[in-house]
Design a protein around this ligand. Sequence first.
Ligand SMILES: [Zn+2]
Length: 104
Amino acid sequence: MGVLPNRRHQRQSKPATDTYRWIVTIDEVDAGALEINGTIYDVTVLRVNGAVTGYRLMKQPDFKVYDLDTTGEQWKCDCPDATYRERECKHIRGLRALLSAEAK
Ligand SMILES: [Zn+2]
């Protein structure tokens, strides 16, 4: 005789989903600001010969810089989460979600 799993409890114990929002949408000088899980980042568009190659996120208030490469099918980020754990970090998830929402 087993005990039925309490599904409702399992779902509630999962970590909260990411939250992202624009604070300042990217403007004509390729600069903006966004918030990922409560942390604020300044955003700068990276371009080579006018074409967008990625985005630079500068974390506030400690000015840690993360460069995202969006040229490939898989976006890359140079933060430890993406580099050492080889997974999509919150920067990639956040920026992609915000950019695709803006394009609509
Ligand atoms: Zn990252």
